[in-house]
Design a protein around this ligand. Structure first.
Ligand code: NAD
Length: 493
């Protein structure tokens, strides 16, 4: 099949899920296919009263049967949710593909697979438990201190469109594992997989109010109503850095905890001693996976001067061999961008790069298909060279399939240039020199460094960014820390 994907029937009218029931609302917006611009669903927007109902339902559910479960019992529920996603695997794939225009193969191997893994990972981690104990001798007598974890309460979860199910479940799973109740607001661009998740939660027998789902936009809509609600105890957000700034101001009222995973302008560094072919393939992947719409993608590529020209030529050749098309078309490597409006943003950077004096090595324009896809949101993967480090195209996050390649000479120089960014999310180093790999990675001001790989993750490891790229770390015990309130109990012995 080589066609525009369709949604599972239950999602043609995509509804919020509040207090254990789907709710049809009067105000609606269109979910539009990025493949050909067609309308694929109507989405019911949550207004302020519905947001209030959702938060109050979550608060009430904390005192119900959910609050009485032990960590091991909650872990069983999380495994049931993972089973539920597995049982509807292809529906989730269809939902992700229809909303985003990504490749079916990616939805299967990454998005939905990771959604399942998120629930299983945090189900297993929360069972391990583990606190601190301190015995102390004081003039008043001997003391025993020990810590216990308690849920925060109601967690507001706001997620972006680029990896919808993966990023939403990355927060929902540990929040539930720790005994919280959640109110989630997925991106207005990608309401479908979150709604299927609500169906799975319902079928798994989650008590009403434990998981609530709102659809809508950010400012003046469900996103802002949720963050402003005084009964939301903590907010976890993934998205643009400037949205994080806006949410942080709101969260200051009530001194509520926040966890932010934000934007990036990540670097890949290819040293002359690298395995050349592996580096070319690695940068191809790190710049163009998901049409460059991964927060971890490398938009700045630094290549050591002796191999610079050869590397640019090789990456150009591999990039021009990438096929763009329908998500289910055999041999296709790249789907569309998320939307026409995001394509406008990416195209504005294509134009700006030329104004700033870039050499467009390849791409820099929209492909022509001669069919319905010309109404979609496709762009060609693009390589630039020749820009200074302070050009806007080298400073601002484009979030599309594009990278700029610049030569460098020494380790010190490349460390300085990589760190010269307002962002600090990720970097990838390509080198066969062990000492260089360790010493350079320790000097980079980013949350994660990959050496001779990119994007691979162990979900127990800390994940997050420095500077404008985020606040706090999630993953493994770091997630358990954010989603729990740790209390110390002190006993006079
Ligand atoms: P976005 O900030 O525009 O929107 C993200 C979510 O926030 C959406 O659900 C949106 O409706 C909501 N929102 C927007 N304004 C809001 C407000 N004022 N109050 C409450 N909610 C609001 O981001 P996006 O365009 O959906 O996602 C792309 C961005 O996300 C990129 O910058 C990318 O780098 C970043 N991202 C970061 C990570 C990470 O782990 N660091 C992962 C994925 C994406």
């Amino acid at each position: 099949m080589q066609s525009t994907p369709t949604l599972p029937a239950s999602l043609r009218t995509t509804m919020p899920y509040v207090d254990g029931a789907f709710v049809a609302t009067a105000k609606r917006f269109a979910n539009t296919s990025p493949i050909d611009g067609s309308r694929i669903a109507e989405v019911c927007e949550a207004d302020a009263p519905l947001v209030d109902r959702a938060v109050r339902a979550a608060r009430a559910a904390l005192d119900g049967p959910w609050g009485a479960l032990s960590p091991a019992e909650r872990a069983q529920v999380l495994h049931r949710i993972a089973d539920g996603i597995e049982a509807r695997f292809e529906d989730f794939v269809a939902a992700e593909v229809a909303d985003t225009g990504r490749l079916v193969e990616q939805a299967r191997s990454l998005d939905v697979a990771r959604g399942i893994a998120n629930f299983r990972t945090f189900a297993d981690l929360v069972k391990v438990g583990g606190g601190e104990t301190f015995e102390s001798r004081t003039p008043a007598g001997d003391l025993l201190n020990y810590t216990v974890r308690k849920p925060h309460g109601v967690i507001g979860i706001i997620s972006p469109w680029n990896l919808p199910l993966l990023l939403l479940t990355w927060k929902v799973a540990p929040a539930l594992a720790c005994g919280n109740c959640v109110v989630v607001k997925p991106s207005e661009e990608t309401p479908s997989s979150a709604t299927l998740l609500a169906e799975v939660m319902h079928d798994a027998g989650l008590p009403p109010g434990v998981f609530n789902l709102l659809h809508g936009f950010g400012p003046g809509s469900a996103g802002e109503f949720l963050t402003r609600h005084p009964m939301v105890d903590a907010i976890t957000f993934t998205g643009e850095s400037r949205t994080g700034e806006a949410i942080m101001k709101v969260a200051a009222e009530g001194v509520r905890e926040v966890s932010f995973e934000l934007g990036g302008k990540n670097a890949a560094v290819v040293f002359a001693d690298a395995d050349f072919d592996a580096a070319v393939e690695g940068v191809l992947r790190s710049s163009f996976t998901n049409s460059g719409q991964v927060c971890l993608c490398s938009e700045r590529v630094f290549v050591q001067r002796p191999i610079f020209e050869r590397f640019v030529a090789a990456l150009r050749q591999r990039t021009e061999a990438l096929r763009i098309g329908y998500p289910d078309e055999p041999g296709v490597h790249m789907g569309s961008l998320i939307s026409q409006s995001h394509r406008q943003k990416v195209l504005s950077y294509f134009a700006l790069a030329v104004e700033e004096g870039a050499t467009v090595v390849t791409g820099g324009r929209v492909p022509h298909f001669g069919d319905a896809r010309d109404n979609g949101a496709f762009v060609l993967p693009t390589i630039w060279t020749g820009l200074p480090d302070d050009a806007r195209c080298n400073v601002e996050e484009v979030f599309g399939p594009v990278c700029h390649i610049a030569p460098f000479d020494s380790d010190d120089e490349v460390v300085r240039r990589v760190n010269d960014s307002k962002y600090g999310l990720a970097a990838a180093l390509w080198t066969t020199n062990l000492k260089r790999a360790h010493t350079v990675s320790r000097r980079l001001h980013v949350g994660i460094v990959w050496i001779n790989t990119w994007f691979t993750r162990d979900l127990r490891t800390p994940f997050g960014g420095a500077r404008l790229s985020g606040l706090g770390r999630e993953g493994g015990r770091h997630s358990l820390d954010f989603y729990s309130e740790i209390s110390n109990i002190c006993i006079q012995l």
